[in-house]
Design a protein around this ligand. Structure first.
Ligand code: G
Ligand code: G
Ligand code: MN
Ligand code: NA
Length: 256
């Protein structure tokens, strides 16, 4: 078999799952929401990393059904948590959107359908785009972001600082958040250059009316330093690894 065929069957058979990594307000410690990350535990191959299967999905077009599943799964998980809790949890769900799905699918419709079916308001969803989305099809990106804005969906730029961001489009597009790439955070302690880059991204975001999330926080001193730099939110193993849905729900309940 090929990985592609195996992935197609996994999608058809509902073999993919989502885990949820908490996003923490670095200034208050509150749980702001979760980033949903896909997992594939194949009976034959074992755990296959998204770093491996997302590129296969993008090359084969399977990213379209996979991305639609991801949106539905996230909206339904939120609806499930709300039911369990008895009222809407004040938190947002971040979903990664592949630039390939952006080009090949009608993403606004997919988002609208996922939200409507689950009965979830758009304001509780954040779509994470990568910088390559800005370059590959600027017109389509502009239309997509306008449609998401009309649904009150938040837009975050993922892995910021590693791509080729065009500052003009960053400024002219309705982007709400910059996610500072893990590579700047990992070595920030004692590395003045990394700290300078983080400071510059936080400053750029502020000037453009955006907020920032730092990825890959593994130690308390990183969280403290990032908070002092004015970074709004953080995620990383220091707070929690990506958690299965029930554990993620408990994580929120235990801290609220
Ligand atoms: O969870 P992990 O750190 O192994 O994820 C590796 C990469 O796969 C990250 O870049 C992440 O954004 C991406 N990824 C994980 N889940 C999804 C998903 O549901 N959709 C898309 N498009 N990318 C995902
Ligand atoms: O590209 P994206 O930011 O969507 O990818 C998120 C990935 O980062 C996930 O695969 C997740 O497992 C991983 N991740 C999350 N927190 C940490 C961390 O603190 N350290 C490291 N090394 N990876 C992390
Ligand atoms: Mn992401
Ligand atoms: Na990222």
């Amino acid at each position: 078999f090929t990985l592609e065929n195996r992935l197609r069957e996994a999608i058809d058979c509902g073999q993919l799952t989502m885990v949820f990594q908490p996003l923490i307000n670095l200034q208050t410690g509150a749980v702001k929401g979760f980033e949903a990350l896909a997992r594939w535990n194949d009976p034959v191959l074992g755990q296959v990393s998204p770093a491996e299967f997302i590129p296969v999905a993008e090359e084969s077009g399977l990213i379209v059904p996979l991305g639609r599943w991801a949106l539905c799964e996230c909206a339904q998980t939120l609806a499930d948590w709300d039911r369990r809790f008895g009222e809407p949890l004040p938190l947002t769900m971040n979903v990664n959107l592949s630039p390939v799905q952006m080009v090949r699918d009608n993403v606004p419709r997919a988002v609208e359908e996922a939200l409507r079916y689950a009965g979830i308001d758009g304001s509780r969803l954040t779509i994470e785009l990568t910088e390559s989305a800005l370059i590959s099809d600027p017109d389509k990106t502009r239309q997509l972001l306008a449609a998401l804005q009309a649904m009150n969906v938040t837009v975050a730029m993922d892995d910021f600082g590693t791509g080729f961001s065009n500052l003009a489009s960053l400024q002219s597009l309705p982007i709400d958040l910059l996610k500072i790439d893990r590579s700047f955070v990992t070595d920030m302690i004692g590395d003045e250059d990394k700290v300078a880059i983080i400071r510059a991204i936080v400053s750029l975001a502020g000037a453009l009316g955006m907020q920032t999330t730092a990825e890959g926080i593994e130690k308390r001193e990183m969280a403290d330093a990032l908070a002092a730099l004015g970074c709004h939110y953080g995620q990383g193993y220091f707070f929690a690894r990506p958690l299965p849905p029930v554990e993620a729900y408990r994580y929120w309940v235990d801290r609220s």
